[in-house]
Design a protein around this ligand. Structure first.
Ligand SMILES: [Zn+2]
Length: 260
């Protein structure tokens, strides 16, 4: 390092002897930087937040991306407003992704901050119209009703995420939820191997969707079963410390994101 500093002094001294030779100055400096083996490794950074739509009450629906690889993964920080255990994961994920060697070359990770910001603000499961957005998708099992929507995608939040999925055509979707007295990883579509991989790295048991009560018009039904895109529904235990949730599933989340 010391000789680099000495060389830098010598070069800056040269500049003072040749004040008009700006071209030489510009060309010489990069060569000094290039041989500095102690320079910090450049880590990928997430893009600024970008608004892709608005909620019923006008709150922005925001995404950001990190990485530029061919594998496209969509992380959704939450869709039920009273299930915010995964919100810290949404904050921590870009830096953890950036620390994984080669991740940015393998994967383009798109992060949807919150699919239901009105519900989050009010701490309600549904949006400001009282509709469960996770029942508002055009799956074969959609059921109209006051809590599910009169027709698929009649809620602006659901339509914005629908448009995002069709534009991105992700190879994997992961969405954060919480469950009242348990934690597990649920899946729809061709995602059994990814769910099992997630389970190995986290200890969260795998629960297939057919173990539950029907979930008509759910995001999993549309993305997983209709579009045949693997989707993992991550259920933390309701009320858990978000930091614990992140630490317990960090390795598992990265392992399924990076799986080619
Ligand atoms: Zn939920």
């Amino acid at each position: 390092m010391r000789w680099v500093i000495v060389l830098s002094f010598w070069l800056s001294g040269c500049v003072s002897f040749h004040p008009l030779d700006k071209q030489w100055d510009r060309e010489a400096k990069p060569s000094v930087t290039a041989v500095d083996a102690d320079a910090p490794v450049r880590r990928p950074r997430p893009t600024p937040w970008q608004t892709i739509g608005s909620s019923v009450q006008g709150r922005p629906l925001r995404i950001r991306r990190i990485g530029h690889g061919p594998r496209r993964v969509l992380w959704i920080g939450g869709i039920h407003g009273n299930e915010r255990e995964g919100a810290l994961t949404t904050d921590r994920l870009p830096a953890a992704f950036a620390r994984e060697p080669g991740a940015a070359e393998q994967v383009t990770l798109t992060i949807l901050e919150d699919a239901n910001p009105d519900g989050t603000a009010a701490n309600t499961r549904g949006n400001a119209n009282g509709v469960d957005l996770n029942r508002n998708y055009p799956a074969a099992n959609f059921v109209p009703g006051p809590r599910f929507g009169r027709f698929p995608l009649d809620q602006p939040e659901a339509k914005a995420l629908y448009d995002l999925v069709l534009a991105e055509r992700p190879h994997l979707v992961i969405v954060a939820h919480s469950w009242r007295d348990d934690h597990f990883i649920n899946f729809d579509g061709p995602a059994l191997d990814l769910a099992e991989r997630f389970s190995r790295h986290s200890g969260y048991r795998v629960h297939a969707s057919d173990r539950f009560a029907p979930t008509p018009g759910s995001l999993g039904s549309w993305v997983g079963r209709k579009l045949q895109i693997p989707i993992l529904t991550l259920e933390h235990q309701r009320g858990s410390d978000p930091l614990r949730c992140w630490l317990a599933t960090r390795r598992a989340i990265l392992s399924v994101i990076l799986k080619a």
